[in-house]
Design a binder for this molecule. Sequence first.
Ligand SMILES: Cc1ncc(COP(=O)(O)O)c(C=O)c1O
Length: 433
Amino acid sequence: MGLQQVSLNLNVRGLEKSATLAINERVAELKASGREIYSFGLGQSPFPVPDCVVEALKTHAHEKDYLPVQGLPELCTSVAEFHRREDGVNIQPDNVMIGPGSKELMFLLQLAFYGDILIPAPCWVSYIPQAQIIGRKVTLIETSYENRWTLSPQALEAQCAAENDHNKPRLLILNYPSNPYGDGNNVEELMQIAEIARKYNIIILSDEIYGQTNHQGKHVSIARYYPEGTIISAGLSKWCGAGGWRLGTFSFPANLKWLLNALVVVASETYTSVSAPIQYASIVAFNESEEINHYLRHSRRVLDALGQWIIRQLTQAQVRIHPVAGAFYIFPDFEYYRALLAEQGIDNSVDLCERILEDTGVAALPGYAFGRPKNELNIRMAYVNFDGAKALKSSEKTPWDRVLDDAFLEQNCPLVMTGIRKLIHWLSSLDNK
Ligand SMILES: Cc1ncc(COP(=O)(O)O)c(C=O)c1O
């Protein structure tokens, strides 16, 4: 067999180079040529890892042994307790699995679970490529701006009913607060989705990696309403500012233990176990403490104030956008500007992002990368380009009953504000181009 044929046997054939990569490469070129870039591309927490968690990592740096594949038992207990406390869900410690990031655990799940994958779009960039690599069938469920981009229970019911096979194995991936739009289904809708999942025996992977970043601290897990069929995905990457530590968690209901066991088999033949010092340190992050609560209160407060400011500015500029409930993303839609953009030769989200970057230095990602049709005019912006440590300190100094006003934001998040202003100025100048 020639090399050509060998490459045709690759599992990843047909996968496109990611739309996000193209933007990142252009950003690097522009930066190298001295251009000021307003980065809204990378979805990484701006806040530092809380001191108590860093100290715990130092204390456990000497831990050198391989840990059990499923995870350090004390950490599994802390995670189960965390979900009991924060989500009101009864998880047994031996139904928790620790992985090197929730992304890897999702890949293992898609590999071990033999069935169709249902995903409401827009959705996080990696779900679909993971399914494609493994060869699973993905069905995207349509959402709309009018429906706040969330999964409508009716659309889920229609999708399942249309297939005429009640017990077909299906995995529904829900993510809230969402990357890319910072919101999710309300409680009423979660309850309806839970009922439909129960009716069709759907397993739900509830990606709650941003749960603790709910700006009001009011995250509600769908596992409350569908405990027997929900796997909760969480981890340290977002609310604890520790994306690079690579620690994710899956919490299974007791009756899906067979699935957990299958994931453990694959993990044992691939990554073995997560780094020992990181697992020991993570216990401190999941256990309740005044320091962690304090850190969360202030980080939510900053994200909330900044998110609200951005939404106000964009709404005034006729950009279609919904309030955000959590995380640090917005998903603005520029449909109002379609005719003016068309005059500039822009009729899709990829060209829109490229042109915004060229003309203003604002780097965002096209809605197309998040599973939306390419001809829509939506983009994802992560509002994290500020010094999170400084912002936390400033918030601590601001009395709790005072809102974090524009002056606070000017001082602590100037690049985000300038980027938004540049984008709005660009839109208003479309008329005169
Ligand atoms: C929605 C969503 N889920 C999961 C992940 C993966 O997180 P990690 O692998 O760091 O746990 C991310 C990271 O960006 C994300 O945005």
